[in-house]
Design a protein around this ligand. Structure first.
Ligand SMILES: Cc1cc2nc3c(=O)[nH]c(=O)nc-3n(C[C@H](O)[C@H](O)[C@H](O)COP(=O)(O)OP(=O)(O)OC[C@H]3O[C@@H](n4cnc5c(N)ncnc54)[C@H](O)[C@@H]3O)c2cc1C
Length: 408
């Protein structure tokens, strides 16, 4: 029985690694090496080839023993999106190099997808990667230089890059062949954020914070060893990342009445003076929606056990975004002028989005981004219409035209 085996493996591990005594990083590294990081990953890469649905059992046992967690809030892009993409498309050497420090939180990840002219139309990215004819020195998977493997020279600009200022690695979508139609001429790399030519500039957002950045890539040299998937296969690789992104954002495990709906319910309980039948009605409607989103997220995570996420991830991401916006709006309505006070307008570079710890005004402003990040609600509705409901697809006139000939 896997459950019994895992329980005794965790108990054995804890007997040999007392979280009170062992340094946090050493503890997390050892947990990875014992295959108790993500149990569904292969042996040697943090797992035991077990079922994904057994992971909560392991996490709960570690949490109950007071073990340190691996800071998932800071490394959501790494854990949620980079890891499954590397596992599926990385060479054995890349997987070995990247997955352990990713899981322990020693290396933070960012996603270098969006560009000033390519957000929703992500397959339109213009950042160019050109193969160096002589295979010159390039940043390799150890962040050093490799004199032998072929290299690529990258030039372009990325935007809205969350965590780029903290990231050691970036998931990079680039154009390697402008003569092919836009979806076919793309390739995918992991970008060494410490390589010469990578410049990260803060970008202040509506909330006052600078969670994200502009990233300028000027003659950045990356070794061919840092490529994920074949040259020209970048779109397929990116789709793996995007499908996991939607679940990372919308399908997080959530207790009943957790997250924004919990904050809203608390406000209702503490402000009887502001209650009206209309607000009560609206609160109950949102509570039911929150429960539906929570349970759908649970279902989608269970489906993940059977393989890659499907377009259902778009459903939870869309439902989550519309719910958080509605809940944060209702919170302001409920609190009236008190809710409009803003706590901190200084330019901060937060480790994570603190929706619950900040003020209602912050929640209201930050929730606007929920329907943009990870694919806008309009795009997700298109995906649901086409791939879940089987409705006719949007006309796409650019499918067979070389990218370089498309109007921009
Ligand atoms: C908080 C936040 C964090 C982010 N973090 C990252 C990150 O870490 N890395 C990264 O790469 N990107 C990141 N992004 C960028 C995000 O993915 C893009 O902003 C998003 O994909 C939209 O692209 P765009 O801004 O270019 O808008 P556009 O594509 O220009 O869209 C503008 C509007 O037109 C609508 N629209 C466009 N095409 C269609 C269509 N075919 N049908 C119907 N409507 C359409 C859109 O839905 C939208 O409402 C982040 C964004 C936010 C807000």
């Amino acid at each position: 029985m896997w459950e019994d085996r895992l329980s005794s493996l965790v108990a054995e591990f804890l007997a040999g690694h007392d979280p009170e005594v062992i340094d946090r990083t050493q503890f997390l590294r050892a947990r990875f090496d014992a295959g108790l990081a993500w149990v569904h990953y292969p042996v040697g890469l943090g797992g035991l080839d077990a079922l994904r649905e057994l992971q909560p059992l392991v996490n709960e046992a570690f949490a109950a023993a007071g073990a340190p967690d691996n800071s998932p809030h800071r490394n959501g892009i790494g854990l949620g999106m980079a890891a499954p993409t590397i596992l599926r498309y990385g060479t054995p050497a890349l997987r070995k190099r990247l997955l352990r420090p990713l899981w322990t939180g020693e290396e933070i990840w960012c996603q270098l997808f969006s560009e000033p002219g390519a957000g929703s139309d992500l397959a339109g990215v213009a950042t160019r990667a050109v193969r160096e004819p002589d295979g010159g020195d390039g940043a390799d998977a150890d962040g050093g230089n490799t004199a032998h493997a072929a290299s690529w020279i990258i030039n372009g600009q990325k935007v809205w890059t969350s965590l780029a200022h903290q990231a050691r690695w970036g998931l990079l979508l680039v154009r390697t062949d402008p003569d092919l139609p836009k979806h076919q001429g793309l390739s995918y790399f992991v970008c060494d954020m410490t390589a010469p030519g990578v410049e990260v500039r803060p970008l202040r957002q509506l909330t006052g914070e600078a969670e994200f950045n502009e990233v300028f890539l000027t003659d950045v040299r990356l070794s061919d060893e840092l490529r994920l998937g074949e040259v020209g296969q970048g779109w397929q690789v990116a789709r793996t990342t995007l499908m996991n992104e939607r679940i990372t954002i919308g399908g997080r495990p959530m207790p009943r009445e957790g997250g924004m709906i919990g904050v809203l319910a608390e406000a209702w309980r503490h402000r009887p003076d502001r209650r009206t039948p209309g607000l009560h009605d609206e609160l109950l409607r949102l509570w039911v929606r929150a429960e539906a989103v929570r349970l759908t997220g649970m279902l989608v995570r269970q489906q993940l056990a059977a393989g890659d996420p499907g377009p259902e991830g778009s459903v939870v991401k869309l439902a989550y975004a519309t719910l958080t916006q509605a809940a944060s709006s209702l919170e302001l309505e409920l609190l009236g002028a008190d809710g409009l006070r803003y706590d901190d307008w200084s330019l901060r570079r937060p480790d994570r989005v603190d929706m619950l710890g900040r003020t209602p005004g912050y929640r209201y402003l930050r929730a606007r981004g929920n329907s943009i990040e990870g694919g806008t609600s309009e795009i997700l509705r298109n995906i649901i219409a086409e791939r879940v409901l089987g409705l006719p697809a949007e006309p796409r006139a650019d499918r067979h035209t070389a990218w370089k000939d498309l109007p921009r």
